[in-house]
Write a protein that binds this ligand. Structure first.
Ligand SMILES: Nc1ncnc2c1ncn2[C@@H]1O[C@H](COP(=O)(O)OP(=O)(O)O)[C@@H](O)[C@H]1O
Ligand SMILES: [Mg+2]
Length: 251
Protein backbone atom coordinates (compact mmCIF):
# COMPACT_ATOMS: atom_id res chain seq x y z
CA UNK A 1 0.00 0.00 0.00
CA UNK A 2 1.12 3.51 -0.81
CA UNK A 3 0.31 5.02 2.52
CA UNK A 4 2.75 7.59 3.71
CA UNK A 5 2.81 8.63 7.30
CA UNK A 6 4.74 11.75 8.12
CA UNK A 7 6.74 11.39 11.29
CA UNK A 8 7.95 14.95 11.09
CA UNK A 9 5.02 17.13 11.97
CA UNK A 10 2.01 15.75 13.79
CA UNK A 11 -1.28 16.70 12.19
CA UNK A 12 -3.05 16.60 15.52
CA UNK A 13 -1.56 16.42 18.97
CA UNK A 14 -2.87 16.43 22.51
CA UNK A 15 -0.39 17.40 25.21
CA UNK A 16 -1.21 16.73 28.85
CA UNK A 17 -4.94 16.89 28.21
CA UNK A 18 -7.16 16.83 31.28
CA UNK A 19 -10.90 17.17 31.58
CA UNK A 20 -13.22 16.90 34.53
CA UNK A 21 -16.96 16.97 34.88
CA UNK A 22 -17.56 18.22 38.41
CA UNK A 23 -15.69 15.89 40.74
CA UNK A 24 -15.09 13.32 38.06
CA UNK A 25 -11.74 13.55 36.34
CA UNK A 26 -12.47 11.95 32.99
CA UNK A 27 -9.17 12.62 31.18
CA UNK A 28 -6.03 12.52 33.28
CA UNK A 29 -3.19 13.89 31.23
CA UNK A 30 -3.50 12.45 27.74
CA UNK A 31 -0.58 12.74 25.33
CA UNK A 32 -1.50 11.64 21.85
CA UNK A 33 0.06 12.50 18.55
CA UNK A 34 -1.40 11.71 15.14
CA UNK A 35 0.81 12.16 12.09
CA UNK A 36 -0.39 13.25 8.69
CA UNK A 37 -1.83 10.19 6.97
CA UNK A 38 -1.86 8.13 10.14
CA UNK A 39 -4.81 6.06 11.30
CA UNK A 40 -5.12 5.65 15.06
CA UNK A 41 -7.65 3.27 16.55
CA UNK A 42 -8.75 4.21 20.06
CA UNK A 43 -10.16 1.40 22.12
CA UNK A 44 -11.09 0.91 25.75
CA UNK A 45 -13.93 0.16 28.13
CA UNK A 46 -17.14 2.13 28.21
CA UNK A 47 -16.78 5.25 30.33
CA UNK A 48 -13.00 5.39 29.99
CA UNK A 49 -13.08 8.81 28.29
CA UNK A 50 -12.79 7.96 24.57
CA UNK A 51 -15.66 10.19 23.43
CA UNK A 52 -14.52 12.99 25.70
CA UNK A 53 -11.07 12.73 24.18
CA UNK A 54 -12.42 13.06 20.62
CA UNK A 55 -14.73 15.88 21.68
CA UNK A 56 -11.80 17.74 23.23
CA UNK A 57 -9.71 17.22 20.09
CA UNK A 58 -12.22 19.14 17.99
CA UNK A 59 -13.10 21.57 20.80
CA UNK A 60 -16.65 20.36 21.33
CA UNK A 61 -15.43 20.19 24.93
CA UNK A 62 -12.95 22.60 26.48
CA UNK A 63 -10.12 20.77 28.21
CA UNK A 64 -9.30 21.98 31.73
CA UNK A 65 -5.59 21.58 31.21
CA UNK A 66 -3.19 20.78 28.43
CA UNK A 67 -2.96 21.85 24.83
CA UNK A 68 -4.16 20.66 21.48
CA UNK A 69 -2.11 21.34 18.39
CA UNK A 70 -3.58 21.03 14.94
CA UNK A 71 -1.86 21.72 11.64
CA UNK A 72 0.94 23.52 13.43
CA UNK A 73 -1.20 25.81 15.61
CA UNK A 74 -2.22 25.60 19.25
CA UNK A 75 -6.02 25.47 18.95
CA UNK A 76 -6.69 25.59 22.68
CA UNK A 77 -5.46 29.16 22.54
CA UNK A 78 -8.53 31.29 23.38
CA UNK A 79 -7.87 33.52 20.35
CA UNK A 80 -8.50 30.65 17.95
CA UNK A 81 -11.68 30.61 15.88
CA UNK A 82 -13.31 27.36 17.00
CA UNK A 83 -15.56 27.16 13.96
CA UNK A 84 -12.65 27.32 11.56
CA UNK A 85 -10.94 24.52 13.44
CA UNK A 86 -14.05 22.34 13.43
CA UNK A 87 -14.46 22.83 9.70
CA UNK A 88 -11.09 21.17 9.22
CA UNK A 89 -12.05 18.14 11.31
CA UNK A 90 -14.76 15.81 10.10
CA UNK A 91 -16.64 14.08 12.88
CA UNK A 92 -18.80 10.99 12.54
CA UNK A 93 -20.82 9.95 15.59
CA UNK A 94 -22.46 6.74 16.65
CA UNK A 95 -25.85 8.23 15.81
CA UNK A 96 -25.88 9.86 12.46
CA UNK A 97 -27.50 13.22 13.26
CA UNK A 98 -28.73 13.73 9.71
CA UNK A 99 -31.39 16.38 9.09
CA UNK A 100 -34.59 14.33 8.67
CA UNK A 101 -36.42 17.01 6.67
CA UNK A 102 -33.68 17.28 4.04
CA UNK A 103 -32.87 14.89 1.21
CA UNK A 104 -29.65 12.94 1.29
CA UNK A 105 -28.19 15.28 -1.33
CA UNK A 106 -29.19 18.33 0.66
CA UNK A 107 -27.71 16.87 3.84
CA UNK A 108 -24.37 16.70 2.03
CA UNK A 109 -24.56 20.13 0.37
CA UNK A 110 -25.88 22.15 3.31
CA UNK A 111 -22.66 22.95 5.15
CA UNK A 112 -20.74 23.39 1.91
CA UNK A 113 -23.18 26.14 0.91
CA UNK A 114 -23.71 27.69 4.34
CA UNK A 115 -20.25 27.45 5.79
CA UNK A 116 -17.85 27.18 2.87
CA UNK A 117 -20.07 29.38 0.63
CA UNK A 118 -19.65 26.89 -2.19
CA UNK A 119 -22.03 27.67 -5.09
CA UNK A 120 -24.93 25.22 -5.20
CA UNK A 121 -24.02 23.53 -8.48
CA UNK A 122 -20.50 22.90 -7.28
CA UNK A 123 -21.68 21.69 -3.87
CA UNK A 124 -24.05 19.26 -5.57
CA UNK A 125 -21.34 18.01 -7.85
CA UNK A 126 -19.08 17.28 -4.88
CA UNK A 127 -21.97 15.72 -2.95
CA UNK A 128 -22.77 13.40 -5.87
CA UNK A 129 -19.14 12.36 -6.13
CA UNK A 130 -19.03 11.54 -2.44
CA UNK A 131 -22.38 9.76 -2.42
CA UNK A 132 -21.23 7.64 -5.28
CA UNK A 133 -18.01 6.89 -3.45
CA UNK A 134 -19.94 5.57 -0.44
CA UNK A 135 -22.27 3.62 -2.74
CA UNK A 136 -25.35 5.82 -2.39
CA UNK A 137 -25.60 7.61 -5.72
CA UNK A 138 -29.10 6.19 -6.20
CA UNK A 139 -30.33 7.61 -2.89
CA UNK A 140 -29.67 11.30 -3.37
CA UNK A 141 -33.35 12.23 -3.38
CA UNK A 142 -34.26 9.94 -0.49
CA UNK A 143 -34.98 11.21 3.02
CA UNK A 144 -32.91 9.85 5.91
CA UNK A 145 -35.84 8.04 7.53
CA UNK A 146 -36.19 5.80 4.49
CA UNK A 147 -32.58 4.62 4.78
CA UNK A 148 -31.08 1.77 6.77
CA UNK A 149 -28.68 2.58 9.58
CA UNK A 150 -25.71 1.60 7.45
CA UNK A 151 -26.86 3.87 4.65
CA UNK A 152 -27.43 6.75 7.08
CA UNK A 153 -23.96 6.35 8.45
CA UNK A 154 -22.49 6.37 4.94
CA UNK A 155 -24.36 9.62 4.25
CA UNK A 156 -22.91 11.02 7.48
CA UNK A 157 -19.43 10.09 6.25
CA UNK A 158 -20.06 11.76 2.88
CA UNK A 159 -21.37 14.82 4.67
CA UNK A 160 -18.24 15.09 6.80
CA UNK A 161 -15.99 14.59 3.75
CA UNK A 162 -17.82 17.32 1.84
CA UNK A 163 -16.03 19.87 4.00
CA UNK A 164 -12.64 18.58 2.83
CA UNK A 165 -11.43 17.97 6.36
CA UNK A 166 -7.76 17.48 7.16
CA UNK A 167 -8.61 14.79 9.66
CA UNK A 168 -11.61 12.56 10.32
CA UNK A 169 -12.68 11.65 13.85
CA UNK A 170 -14.98 8.66 14.21
CA UNK A 171 -16.75 7.90 17.48
CA UNK A 172 -17.97 4.29 17.40
CA UNK A 173 -19.40 4.72 13.92
CA UNK A 174 -20.69 1.15 13.72
CA UNK A 175 -21.83 0.41 17.24
CA UNK A 176 -25.45 1.47 16.71
CA UNK A 177 -25.78 -0.63 13.56
CA UNK A 178 -27.28 -4.04 13.00
CA UNK A 179 -24.47 -6.54 12.42
CA UNK A 180 -25.19 -6.95 8.70
CA UNK A 181 -24.61 -3.23 8.15
CA UNK A 182 -21.34 -2.90 9.97
CA UNK A 183 -19.26 -4.11 7.06
CA UNK A 184 -20.52 -1.60 4.51
CA UNK A 185 -19.56 1.26 6.82
CA UNK A 186 -16.16 -0.26 7.59
CA UNK A 187 -15.60 -0.66 3.85
CA UNK A 188 -16.30 3.04 3.27
CA UNK A 189 -13.88 3.87 6.09
CA UNK A 190 -11.30 1.48 4.67
CA UNK A 191 -11.39 3.36 1.38
CA UNK A 192 -10.59 6.58 3.19
CA UNK A 193 -7.69 4.87 4.87
CA UNK A 194 -6.38 3.75 1.47
CA UNK A 195 -6.63 7.32 0.20
CA UNK A 196 -4.35 8.48 2.98
CA UNK A 197 -6.87 10.27 5.18
CA UNK A 198 -5.65 11.08 8.68
CA UNK A 199 -8.06 9.39 11.08
CA UNK A 200 -8.77 8.78 14.75
CA UNK A 201 -11.31 6.01 15.15
CA UNK A 202 -12.91 5.00 18.43
CA UNK A 203 -14.14 1.49 17.75
CA UNK A 204 -14.83 -1.95 19.11
CA UNK A 205 -14.21 -3.47 15.68
CA UNK A 206 -10.90 -5.18 16.34
CA UNK A 207 -10.76 -6.56 12.79
CA UNK A 208 -10.80 -3.02 11.46
CA UNK A 209 -8.23 -1.85 14.00
CA UNK A 210 -5.96 -4.74 13.06
CA UNK A 211 -6.28 -4.19 9.30
CA UNK A 212 -6.54 -0.47 8.97
CA UNK A 213 -4.85 1.21 11.91
CA UNK A 214 -1.22 2.21 12.04
CA UNK A 215 -1.44 2.33 15.81
CA UNK A 216 -3.83 1.14 18.49
CA UNK A 217 -4.26 3.23 21.61
CA UNK A 218 -5.90 1.75 24.69
CA UNK A 219 -7.61 4.17 27.04
CA UNK A 220 -8.56 3.17 30.56
CA UNK A 221 -9.88 5.48 33.27
CA UNK A 222 -8.81 8.60 31.45
CA UNK A 223 -5.27 7.50 30.68
CA UNK A 224 -3.54 5.94 27.71
CA UNK A 225 -2.29 2.71 29.21
CA UNK A 226 -1.01 0.95 26.09
CA UNK A 227 -0.12 2.01 22.59
CA UNK A 228 1.43 0.01 19.76
CA UNK A 229 1.12 -0.92 16.09
CA UNK A 230 -1.70 -3.46 15.74
CA UNK A 231 0.52 -6.52 15.13
CA UNK A 232 2.31 -5.87 18.38
CA UNK A 233 -0.72 -4.59 20.27
CA UNK A 234 -2.76 -7.71 19.63
CA UNK A 235 0.00 -10.28 19.83
CA UNK A 236 1.60 -9.28 23.09
CA UNK A 237 -1.02 -7.18 24.79
CA UNK A 238 1.33 -6.54 27.64
CA UNK A 239 -0.94 -5.37 30.37
CA UNK A 240 -3.49 -7.47 32.18
CA UNK A 241 -6.01 -4.71 31.71
CA UNK A 242 -5.68 -4.83 27.91
CA UNK A 243 -5.85 -8.62 27.88
CA UNK A 244 -8.98 -8.63 30.01
CA UNK A 245 -10.60 -6.09 27.73
CA UNK A 246 -9.73 -7.94 24.52
CA UNK A 247 -10.98 -11.21 25.97
CA UNK A 248 -14.46 -9.72 26.29
CA UNK A 249 -14.69 -8.54 22.71
CA UNK A 250 -15.86 -10.91 20.00
CA UNK A 251 -13.58 -11.40 16.97
N1 LIG B 1 -21.10 16.18 29.58
C1 LIG B 1 -20.82 15.35 30.59
N2 LIG B 1 -21.17 15.68 31.87
C2 LIG B 1 -20.87 14.86 32.90
N3 LIG B 1 -20.22 13.69 32.78
C3 LIG B 1 -19.85 13.32 31.54
C4 LIG B 1 -20.14 14.13 30.39
N4 LIG B 1 -19.64 13.49 29.30
C5 LIG B 1 -19.09 12.35 29.74
N5 LIG B 1 -19.21 12.24 31.08
C6 LIG B 1 -18.70 11.14 31.91
O1 LIG B 1 -17.33 10.98 31.60
C7 LIG B 1 -16.98 9.61 31.60
C8 LIG B 1 -16.34 9.26 30.27
O2 LIG B 1 -17.32 9.34 29.27
P1 LIG B 1 -17.03 9.10 27.73
O3 LIG B 1 -15.94 10.01 27.31
O4 LIG B 1 -18.32 9.21 27.04
O5 LIG B 1 -16.48 7.61 27.76
P2 LIG B 1 -16.43 6.52 26.60
O6 LIG B 1 -16.66 7.22 25.30
O7 LIG B 1 -15.08 5.91 26.72
O8 LIG B 1 -17.50 5.53 26.91
C9 LIG B 1 -18.24 8.84 31.90
O9 LIG B 1 -18.25 8.54 33.27
C10 LIG B 1 -19.34 9.82 31.57
O10 LIG B 1 -20.47 9.58 32.33
MG1 LIG C 1 -18.08 6.95 23.83
Amino acid sequence: MERSVSAVQPMLQARGLSKRFGEHEVLKGIDLSIARGEVVAIIGPSGSGKSTLLRCLNLLERPDAGEIWFEGACITDPQVDVNRVRMRMGMVFQLFNLFPHLTVLHNVTLAQERVLRTPRAQAQERARELLSKVGLAAKEQAYPNSLSGGQKQRVAIARALAMKPAVMLFDEPTSALDPEMVQEVLTAMGELVDEGMTMAVVTHEMGFARRAADRVVFVDEGRIVAEAPPERFFSDANSDRVRQFLAKIPG
